[in-house]
Design a protein around this ligand. Structure first.
Ligand code: KG4
Ligand code: ZN
Length: 348
């Protein structure tokens, strides 16, 4: 049966897709009608399990994806009130990420697509993040500048359309989320530390410490980032002390200000260089309150439209994978049973 025939029989105009995400420490399954209609967005976080070790343990991540996927799929089907046989295609994150974790999702999706005899679409995780803002009611039109800031990535892209991403700059060392997590560790705040620093910083003075802004002092307005110097500066400022109360809040606020300042400044440089007035934030660190406020404040002043996806679509989820998969499916970019996971593939 052709897919066109199936659409007619099902009496729907837009395809129903299932999306699977398992690249890091969140297992996620989503069901979407067309590009943007989210019928289910189920997420199982492994954070508590990894927190005991102060970071992600790849082997544990793979095992937990394996046990979480099937119940999560059932949960998503129940939430969406559809059955497996209603699905038209399956999208899955194939790169980049932890190889074992990716393989669990890719093989699960392959088996399901084979059993249901429906198309399979492999998706780059970063493409998913870059398209997450399309899920919001006020979705950005193309082209736009995308800033991805997560635990594994920090980069600026020009997104020409849902299939074409042009890298403008990226971190030369740590990712912004990695810097957050490392500083949180230094401060004894546990893992992952982004959200904790965000909350503590609310009560602090962002000017208490004058932390360095990496790679900002160049006339050519380079769009690469560097956060390792900032991490070292925090370490030096901390010394042997165990900070508490106002001192801790001030250090968190000052660190957060340095990160947000650089990210926003370079994002607006990118808008100017590319002559694009839409800026979209994505990735786990895009949930950061100071980054969101500063991007809105300075972006508006600079006459840019700033798009901030809701926090559930900023952190890892499968709905964003479904958006990216939808566009590949519509363009005929279907994969077959040779689809493989790739830990390090970048998006250009
Ligand atoms: O996108 P994501 O969920 O997973 C990756 O693909 O990495 O991002 C996780 C990262 C972690 O480093 C976490 O500390 C950071 O996002 N993060 C935050 C906040 N919420 C999560 N960083 C700063 N402020 C937050 N509110
Ligand atoms: Zn991510």
């Amino acid at each position: 049966m052709t897919f066109e025939l199936c659409f007619k029989e099902c009496n729907v105009t837009e395809p129903l897709s299932l999306a699977i995400e398992s690249s890091c420490d969140e297992t996620a399954v989503a069901i979407l009608r067309g590009e943007r209609d989210v019928l289910a967005n189920a997420i199982a976080s492994q954070i508590k399990e990894h927190a005991r070790f102060g970071g992600i343990v790849p082997e544990i991540a793979s095992r937990m994806h394996l046990t979480a996927l099937e119940p999560l799929l059932q949960q998503a089907l129940d939430e969406a009130k559809v059955s497996l046989t209603d699905l038209n295609f399956i999208s899955v994150t194939r790169a980049p990420g932890l190889i074992g974790a990716l393989l669990v999702g890719v093989n699960f999706a392959k088996a399901l697509a084979y059993r249901l005899k429906i198309p399979l679409v492999g998706v780059n995780h970063l493409a998913g993040h870059m398209l997450a803002a399309r899920l919001e009611e006020k979705a950005p039109a193309f082209p736009y500048i995308g800033l991805i800031v997560s635990g594994g990535h920090t980069a600026l892209y020009r997104i020409d359309d849902p299939l074409h991403f042009h890298l403008l700059g990226r971190t030369v060392d740590d990712a912004a989320g990695e810097a957050y997590d490392k500083v949180a560790k230094l401060l004894g705040l546990g893992y992952p530390g982004g959200i904790v620093i965000d909350q503590l910083a609310e009560r602090g003075n962002p000017r208490a410490y004058d932390f360095p802004r990496g790679m900002i002092k160049n006339k050519k307005r380079n769009l690469d980032f560097s956060f390792s110097g900032l991490k070292t500066a925090v370490k030096e400022a901390l010394g042997e002390r165990n900070l508490e109360g106002q001192d801790l809040y001030d250090l968190c606020a000052s660190f957060q200000e340095a990160v947000a300042d650089v990210l926003v400044k370079k994002s607006l440089w990118a808008c100017r260089a590319e002559r694009i007035n839409r800026l979209v934030l994505a990735g786990g660190v895009a949930a950061n309150s100071r980054l969101r406020n500063l991007a809105l404040e300075r972006g508006t002043k600079d006459k840019r439209k700033v798009y901030l996806p809701s926090k559930i679509f900023c952190t890892d989820n499968a709905a964003m994978i479904a958006v990216a998969g939808y566009h590949r499916y519509q363009a005929g970019l279907i994969d077959d049973m040779t689809l493989n996971a790739n830990a390090s593939e970048h998006l250009f």
